[in-house]
Ligand binder design. Structure first.
Ligand SMILES: [Zn+2]
Length: 73
């Protein structure tokens, strides 16, 4: 009997933190910039990315997650 286990794993990695005003709650709170990558896995081993890296900002006060650019202006 032969079987293949495959799938996609999405992982968020912290790029940096910066205190700035949140557009959702209006507080000056640490905004964590996250890089989200999705990789094809074979037998639970991540092999190659299946989509381009996307960046998000997560507010440390209200935990709102919103899209961000790759670099701060
Ligand atoms: Zn906020």
């Amino acid at each position: 009997m032969f079987f293949v286990l495959f799938g996609v794993r999405t992982k968020d990695q912290l790029v940096d933190n910066r205190v700035q005003t949140c557009e959702v709650c209006g507080w000056a709170a640490p905004q964590a910039r996250l890089a989200r990558t999705s990789k094809f896995t074979l037998f639970f081993i991540p092999l190659f990315p299946v989509s381009p890296t996307r960046y998000f900002l997560r507010c440390g006060h209200c935990m709102a997650l919103r899209p961000a650019r790759a670099a701060y202006v």
